[in-house]
Design a protein around this ligand. Sequence first.
Ligand SMILES: NC(=O)c1ccc[n+]([C@@H]2O[C@H](COP(=O)([O-])OP(=O)(O)OC[C@H]3O[C@@H](n4cnc5c(N)ncnc54)[C@H](OP(=O)(O)O)[C@@H]3O)[C@@H](O)[C@H]2O)c1
Length: 252
Amino acid sequence: MKLKDKVAIVTGSSRGIGREIALRFAREGAHIVVNCRNTLPKAKAVAKEIEALGRKAVVVQADVGTAAGAKKLISATLKSFKHVDILINNAGIIIERNFVDSTDDDWKRAIHSNLDPFFYVTRAALPHMMKRKKGRVISASSIIADRYDFGGSNKMSACTAAKAAVMAMLRAVAVEAAPSGVTINAVSPGYIATEMFATLDQKGLKKALQMIPLGRYGTPDDIASAMVFLASDEASYITGHTLRVNGGMAMT
Ligand SMILES: NC(=O)c1ccc[n+]([C@@H]2O[C@H](COP(=O)([O-])OP(=O)(O)OC[C@H]3O[C@@H](n4cnc5c(N)ncnc54)[C@H](OP(=O)(O)O)[C@@H]3O)[C@@H](O)[C@H]2O)c1
C-alpha cells in the first residue's frame, strides 16, 4: 500500500475521474474526504464504497470555487481527521463554445470551477501542511492548456485560460512551500472517458482520437495511477511539475 493511513481530500469526487482517484487512494490505504457541489447522493455512494474497503470516508458538500466552501472543506477534514496529508484539486468543468459567443457567465463559471479552487482550497490547506513539514497538493490541469489544436471542436478558450493558470501558478506556490517539505504538482489529462464526454461535440471527439499516438482515449484509472505516484513517497523529489497523461497527444 502506497498511501497507508494518509488523509486525502479529493475535490469533485462524486463521479468521473475524482471518484476513481478516491477509490484508488482508498485501495492504497488512505482515508478520504469526498467532495461534491451538487451530486450528494453520488458522493455518499462513493463514501460507502470506501468504507467497504475498510477505510474511513467523510462527505463534504461544498462549492470549492468559493473561500467559504474551501474553509468548510478544510475545517471538516481537520475536525474528522486532525490533519491533512494530500489535497487533490480535481473538481472542474468544461464549457465548449466559440470565444466570440462566450457569455459573461461562461467566463465566470470557467474560472470559478477550474482556477478559483486551486487558490481557495490550496490556501486553506497549505498552512496546516507547512506546519507539519509534509504534504502533497496535486491539481488537475488539461491538454487544452498545452496545445492550440487538441482535436475535439477546439472551442474551449475560457477553460483553457483557467487550466493554463493552474500550471503557471503551481510553480510559484511550489517554490514557497518547498522549504516546508510540501510538494505542489499537477496532472494534465488528455481525453479521459467520463460523463464529461457526453457534453462534448461527438464529431470532434472522433477527430481527437486520431491525434492520440497510443490510439485510445484515457480512463479515469490512468489519471488515478499518476495521482497515486505523485502522492506517494516515490515522488518526494518532484515539485512544481505537471505530469501529462494523454496517450502522447502533447508531443504531436
Ligand atoms: N474528462 C476529461 O477528458 C478531462 C480532460 C482534461 C482535464 N479534465 C479535468 O479533470 C477533472 C475531472 O474531470 P471529469 O471528467 O471527472 O469531470 P466530471 O465527470 O464532470 O466530474 C466533475 C466533478 O467536479 C465536481 N465539481 C465541479 N465544480 C465544482 C465546484 N465548484 N465545487 C465542488 N465540486 C465541483 C462535480 O461535482 P457535482 O457533480 O456535484 O457538480 C463532479 O464531482 C476536471 O478538473 C477536468 O477539467 C478532464
